[in-house]
Design a binder for this molecule. Structure first.
Ligand code: ADP
Length: 165
């Protein structure tokens, strides 16, 4: 019987992409044959980086995953569940950090399940070294001239320096 490729979608704002995001991507890449990383426009959050910059940062980092599976980095706007369907994904991957993430993620997974019960939301936890990393704090530290090299890759460090110089 021909196997249909199992597609997972990992959506996020990635403003900027951190080592926590990358760790979730690595884990997700072991669960599917095709991983779509959906970079959300997210006007509500007024991101520091443009959509194109955020896509670029992810695109720069996903090379190693492509050895094993297909990886696509796509920008999207609008309702997540529509984008999931458009990608042909059956699985939404989200990362869970502290309890504080739970409430929002719980509601979103529940609402998405009502919108399309064929799509499963899967929660992954990053390696403990990366669990406390948050894009919001990375930006704050970088803005104040701190060292963010434990939290983001060198590409992102350069881009943060450019933003805040
Ligand atoms: P969003 O605006 O959709 O929350 P983010 O880029 O902030 O976008 O996060 C995307 C996903 O990655 C979310 O599920 C978030 O919980 C998860 N995530 C972010 N940082 C980490 C981390 N350090 N460890 C585990 N998951 C994380």
């Amino acid at each position: 019987m021909p196997m249909t490729p199992k597609t997972a979608l990992y959506p996020g704002t990635f403003d900027p992409m951190t080592l926590g995001h990358l760790d979730i991507m690595k884990r997700a890449s072991r669960l599917c044959d095709r991983l779509v990383i959906g970079v959300a426009m997210n006007r509500d959050k007024t991101p520091l980086f443009s959509l194109a910059e955020r896509v670029d940062m992810v695109e720069h980092a996903v090379g190693p995953f492509r050895v094993h599976i297909d990886v696509e980095v796509l920008a999207f706007e609008g309702l997540l569940i529509h984008f999931v369907e458009q990608c042909g994904a059956r699985m939404i991957v989200r990362g869970l950090r502290a309890v504080s993430d739970f409430e929002y993620e719980f509601q979103m997974a529940g609402m998405n399940d009502r919108l399309n019960p064929d799509i499963e939301t899967v929660f992954l936890m990053a390696d403990p070294r990366y669990q406390t990393i948050a894009s919001r704090l990375v930006k704050e530290i970088a803005r104040l001239g701190g060292d963010v090299s434990q939290f983001v890759n060198s590409e992102v460090i350069t881009r943060l320096k450019d933003k805040f110089s």
